[in-house]
Design a protein around this ligand. Sequence first.
Ligand SMILES: O=C(O)/C=C/C(=O)CC(=O)CC(=O)O
Ligand SMILES: [Ca+2]
Ligand SMILES: [Mg+2]
Length: 401
Amino acid sequence: MTWLDLADDAPFDAWTLPYGVFSTTGEEPRVGVAVGSWVLDLAPLAAVEGLDGSHLFAQRTLNSFLAAGRRAWEAVRGWVLELVTESPHRDLVEPHLVPLAEATLHQPFTVADYVDFYASQLHAENVGRIFRPDSPALPAAWRHLPIGYHGRAGTVVVSGTPIARPSGLRRVGAPGSDVEFGPSLKLDIEAEAGFVVGTPSKLGSRVPLGSFEDHVFGMVLVNDWSARDIQAFEYVPLGPFLGKSFATSVSPWVVPLAALEPARVTPPTRSPAVAAYLRDGDPWGLDLQFEVSWNETVVARPPSRELYWTPAQMLAHMTVNGASVRTGDLYASGTVSGARPDTGSFLELTWNGSDPVTLADGTRRTFLEDGDTVTIRATAPGPNGTRQRLGEVTGTITPPP
Ligand SMILES: O=C(O)/C=C/C(=O)CC(=O)CC(=O)O
Ligand SMILES: [Ca+2]
Ligand SMILES: [Mg+2]
């Protein structure tokens, strides 16, 4: 229970307590925690309290705090939970609550490497059917390992950043038609969960499943914008390149793994049995409920609980060859799709444009038009039967530069 007066429709409750970087007019960006409709300004509060770690918060990114490691994350979360739940702290805390409406939110962390997985079976099968109708829906390796590709860290942008329509080479007509250069005609979204690495691993070592929580700090919502026409032409056989590298949006608030404890579920049974390094005794399936809005019309509610691979397995896989991870690494689940229409992409929702959706204003859509706005939100089970909000990631399409 919190002493704060939280509206039912407040962006966050007093449990999730996500971290971000904010500024107010005339002041430097710094680390804050969102609670209700406020941001708790951690640096001055930690200074008043004489905490060792106060320097971690007077920073323009979360990276120093991410690098401080699991003990520090747990200690700070414990401190913040106590501040917002025990009423004697009210006089101390109140002067450091900034209304969210007055805060500018910045990119929360500097992204080191960015990897994108492909963990939703329904998504993989749908895209297989659309792009590779003459092949099996699932690639041969799909049930053996979490398939992924390396993305572009430098074009990960914070929610609200305008997304310029990319141009590239693509076929405008059927397979075999002329290849032309021009603005993408099939600009799409991908609703995903992204995981943020805090503690690095050593080159040449692995991060076993059981060490997931020692390395991964938390989760963001991701929109992996995708130009399907550019992608479909360029990506055989090396995988996504310019069709996805122009921008990937992330939510400004990083939800700590600790807040997701009540959302953990057992993932689906894997068949055939997976290799030992992917066998999870204490699994990290997550029961997230996404909601995709297209110009304010909710068009899909993709659930994540059926994802075949968990974020712990993704990390174990990413490092099984001795590749190391760094503070600020971001890796995403891949598009989260349930049965149609609850898919995490419009490629699937409109079946490659053949089955348009009607928005609340009566207009019909296949892929994104200039001026369209997409907002992805998510909720998850919280403590004691509550439901917690996990924030949102939004972006508006602007004409090609
Ligand atoms: O299956 C394909 O040909 C393409 C798949 C994607 O574009 C999805 C991707 O980026 C990975 C994911 O988000 O699941
Ligand atoms: Ca993706
Ligand atoms: Mg992308």
